[in-house]
Design a protein around this ligand. Structure first.
Ligand code: GLN
Length: 196
């Protein structure tokens, strides 16, 4: 679907790479720094960076209420790396999972791996991990889309998709394509409800 407006939280971290991937998929990315910029979005990306900093900046920008309203309206959210942590049950609580920060330890701070991702087709996806978290625990309603070394690294619950790696740092748009399919479906649902 054309004209999907996808906000990218642009407080800190690698938001520009997300915008580029979203644009390549035909969406209209918009940088979000204020509550007013959350208006009219079909979906939102919370990028990687440093989760403590992003959390503090969400508070100081007064964005928490708008983020919660977006989530409650069923509009999709993609959290990547630090964004996964920000969405977890110990932070904004958008997904019933607890992330473990910097989980891969010192030797394996940053690395790349080919992983199989449910919904991304048969070809493995090259995943870039940078001081990545993994999912330490999750509720029954959470689907695990990918694991690495026995730990979930991509999960979905309802309208929230999250991954521990950086899908915006490769030329492979398949992970964002999963998110865009969720966004198209959510917008169609919202349109049907409005027509009722
Ligand atoms: N280690 C960071 C954190 O804990 C996340 C790293 C990233 O987003 N690349 O917030």
């Amino acid at each position: 679907m054309a004209d999907l407006r996808v906000g990218v939280l642009a407080l800190q971290g690698d938001f520009e790479a997300h915008a580029k991937t979203l644009r390549a998929l035909g969406a209209e990315p918009r940088e979000v720094r204020t509550p007013a910029q959350m208006e009219g979005l079909d979906a939102l990306v919370i990028p990687g960076g440093e989760s403590t900093t992003i959390g503090k900046q969400i508070s100081s920008a007064g964005l928490e209420t708008a983020l919660r309203a977006h989530h409650e309206a069923g509009r999709p959210i993609l959290g990547t790396c630090a964004g996964l942590i920000v969405c977890d049950a110990e932070h904004l609580g958008f997904i019933d999972a607890v992330a473990k920060r910097n989980a891969f330890g010192r030797q394996l701070q940053s690395f790349e791996a080919d992983i199989e991702v449910e919904g991304a087709g048969d070809e493995p996806l090259r995943a870039v991990f940078i001081r990545a978290p993994w999912v330490e625990s999750h509720g029954e309603g959470v689907e695990v889309l990918a694991s690495y070394d026995g730990h979930p690294v991509a999960i979905r619950e309802g309208s929230v998709l999250a991954c521990a790696f950086h899908p915006e740092l490769t030329d492979d748009p398949r992970f964002h394509a999963i998110f865009m399919a969720m966004t198209t479906a959510a917008r169609e649902r919202a349109g049907e409800e409005a027509r009722r």
